[in-house]
Design a protein around this ligand. Structure first.
Ligand code: NFS
Ligand code: SF4
Length: 665
């Protein structure tokens, strides 16, 4: 393994104490981390950064230099090359989310058919709701029979050749009509991804607007189909966050966040990646009395499962399992020297984990054939016997406890709340009389809540970790904007202590604070993993629905009319681009931080950043610092309020008896 002494720059790479402490440990041990490798890669190729490098055929790579070399060898211009590269990012991102969704459907079907032990059909109410949506007969039928039909219907969305993805019908009518008019309504997920790859290969689609139109189909197939299927079926199998679990009543989930959750006296197992199928079973196996006893025999006081990246988000929102860190903290977890096993599934796993291992006893274990690592052990997860596989893996981790060397335990972690699924938000807002989004619309109309912002996405080594997420969220809530979060952005807020009800009093504007206190929610809501961005889509559609049920509560007949905005301040993954594209084309103005991959073509960038307003009623945008980003989002929200005629905050809508009766219908 190559080594390089780190410069003492820890404060420039992370804003949280725990990470800085771990970075110091790595620095003294002379261990090379992502920040060192990033520095070695700098300066970055301008052509690549701006989307101007084409290497889709062997006459290239071709680079575009304005005024000197305007065309690739085949004659492709900047707009074509940039658009092709952009839609290929979307195809990559959509396939990651959707292949995850497909894996969930497979396990779901096996569960329904009694072909595996371990998984369950846990949330029957949600099963019935999805079955009704699919118009599947539920009367007098067994839940497994219904689940089998739901699974088959969901699976058909992947390979569908004719007709559209089922879940697009959840979008507001006006949005569906707009998609139809633009010809971007998504068909089967696999078809949209394949067609994107086809159209963007050498010598095919050469009209940037048409190329981007295909990218939109693939992105919408991600948001309103692949990702949505993953969320909905995971909820049915593992429980909808916030719904009654072992506690028997609806409640948010408390959890601890940051490297301090790694405990000196316990066997620490990190679950890292994105698919909860395996980690759900690890969480159960870790509670097995025999295995706990075995851990004690080896000198530990117990077994501690903690998460990294979105596998963490999946587990914490349903079980309160702690999160050790976000994407940029995966290596830092190993640096504590106290991680017996890093269990990885798919996506956002750094290959360097294998390298860092040279210095530590941590065993990295891959569990799916889709994602193997040369340096790691591979324990193939037997999906027909998930619990048995999980027990074997946990046992392996325990065996490694005796191999520990020096440990660097970090004390810092923060308490946070998660589990704000669409259903749970609805329940909390509705209060005592009925689960509903009516109070949200009402509080937006009267101005207590200025608008709603989705702040999501990754960490990126190009900027200090969490340096945009945290000030952005703080500025938004100070301005009475309710913030909904997913992914590593939600983890950033958890680590900063923002996901607590107290944040309302300490940091939110007076209107938002009043609502949060009355309802009993934090002003920053953790809605789950990145596939769970679909919970935000549901929430947006519901905000429109509420206004259609009662004109007095109308805040827009389409998503693009709502006072909302989105952001991925520290994005890095292709998945973020897919998500951004489906949010924008669903009608949400969305700002990304850092560099933007189309800036090499003014034509393409103007199209996405300006002309999209006319096409989709929303655009992409880019901002370099948190204050600029917050300003742009708040301006957007205010413009929408003005268009609705509620800029000053209309009179508070009081619920009279008639309205309550309407709600109960
Ligand atoms: Ni989203 Fe989740 Fe994190 Fe980015 Fe990676 S973990 S799926 S891609 S880095 S938010
Ligand atoms: Fe160059 Fe055209 Fe081949 Fe791209 S497709 S590498 S621009 S020749």
């Amino acid at each position: 393994m190559s080594k390089k002494k780190k410069n003492d720059k820890t404060n420039e790479v992370a804003v949280d104490k725990a990470s800085c402490q771990a970075l110091d440990c790595a620095s003294s041990a002379n261990v090379q981390l992502v920040w060192d490798r990033y520095e070695q890669q700098s300066p970055h190729c301008k052509f690549g950064t701006e989307g101007l490098c084409c290497r889709i055929c062997n006459m290239g790579p071709c680079r575009i230099i304005e005024g000197r070399q305007e065309l690739g060898a085949c004659g492709a211009d900047a707009a074509t090359i940039v658009a092709r590269n952009f839609v290929r990012l979307i195809a990559g991102g959509s396939s990651a989310h959707s292949d995850h969704g497909r894996g969930v459907v497979k396990a779901f079907l096996e569960t329904a058919r009694g072909e595996n032990e371990g998984y369950q059909i846990k949330d029957v109410d949600k099963l019935m709701e999805v079955a009704r949506f699919f118009e599947i007969e539920t009367e007098g039928r067994d839940k497994y029979e219904i689940a089998e039909e739901v699974g088959e219907r969901a699976l058909a969305n992947f390979g569908r050749q004719e007709g559209y993805s089922d879940f697009i019908k959840k979008a507001p009518q006006k949005r569906q009509e707009l998609w139809e008019r633009e010809g971007v309504t998504p068909r089967g997920i696999d078809r949209e991804v394949v067609e994107t790859m086809h159209r963007s290969t050498m010598g095919v689609d050469q009209d940037y607007k048409n190329i981007l139109r295909q990218g939109t189909r693939a992105a919408l197939a991600d948001g309103w189909s692949g990702s949505m299927i993953a969320t909905e079926l995971q909820d049915i199998m593992f429980g909808t966050p916030g719904e009654p679990g072992e506690t028997g009543r609806k409640s948010a989930m408390k959890f601890e966040a940051n490297l301090g959750v790694i405990k000196e006296d316990k066997v620490n197992i990190m679950v890292h990646g994105h698919e909860p199928l395996i980690s759900e079973m690890i969480a159960i196996a870790a509670q097995d009395d025999q295995l706990i006893e075995y851990a004690k025999e080896k000198g530990a006081s117990g077994i501690n499962v903690a998460g990294i990246c979105c596998t963490a988000n999946e587990l914490l929102q349903r079980h309160g399992i702690p999160v050790a860190g976000s994407f940029l903290q995966q290596e830092l977890a190993v640096v504590t020297g106290a991680v017996e096993m890093m269990l990885v599934d798919v996506q956002c796993v750094m290959q360097s984990l294998g390298d860092v291992l040279d210095d530590y006893h941590t065993r990295v274990v891959t569990t799916t054939d889709k994602a193997r690592m040369e340096m790691a052990e591979h324990i193939e997860f037997d999906e027909s016997k998930p619990l048995e596989s999980a027990r074997k893996i946990v046992r392996n981790a325990i065996d490694n406890f005796v191999n520990r060397g020096e440990v660097n335990i970090i004390e810092d972690s923060k308490e946070a709340l998660a589990g704000f699924s669409f259903e749970y938000i609805k329940y909390m807002l509705g209060g005592s009389f009925r689960s509903s989004f009516w109070p949200l619309n009402s509080n937006i109309i009267d101005g207590r809540i200025r608008g709603v912002a989705g702040v999501v996405g990754c960490n990126n080594v190009a900027m200090p970790m969490d340096s945009l997420h945290i000030p952005l969220v703080e500025e938004l809530i100070a301005n009475d904007v309710l913030v909904v979060q997913t992914g590593c952005s939600a983890i950033a807020s958890a680590k900063a202590g923002l996901l607590t009800p107290e944040t309302a009093v300490e940091k939110a504007g007076s209107g938002l604070a009043e609502v949060c206190e009355a309802v009993g929610i934090p002003p920053v809501l953790h809605a789950g993993s990145c596939v769970d961005n679909t919970r935000i889509l549901h929430a947006l559609a519901e905000m429109v629905n509420v206004g259609q049920q009662n004109q007095r509560l109308n805040i827009g007949d389409d998503v693009s009319e709502l006072p909302v905005a989105g952001a991925a301040p520290e994005w890095m993954s292709e998945k973020a681009i897919a998500i951004g594209q489906y949010f924008v084309t669903s009608g949400v103005y969305t700002v990304f931080g850092g560099t933007f991959p189309t800036i090499g073509s003014q034509k393409v960038t103007d199209y996405l950043f300006k002309e999209y307003e006319k096409v989709y009623g929303a655009t992409w945008d880019n901002a370099q610092d948190a204050h600029e980003m917050a300003g742009k989002m708040i301006d957007r929200i205010d413009a929408k309020r003005e268009a609705l005629g509620i800029e000053k905050g209309a009179e508070r809508v009081l619920f009279d008896m008639e309205m309550r009766r309407e709600m109960v219908d």
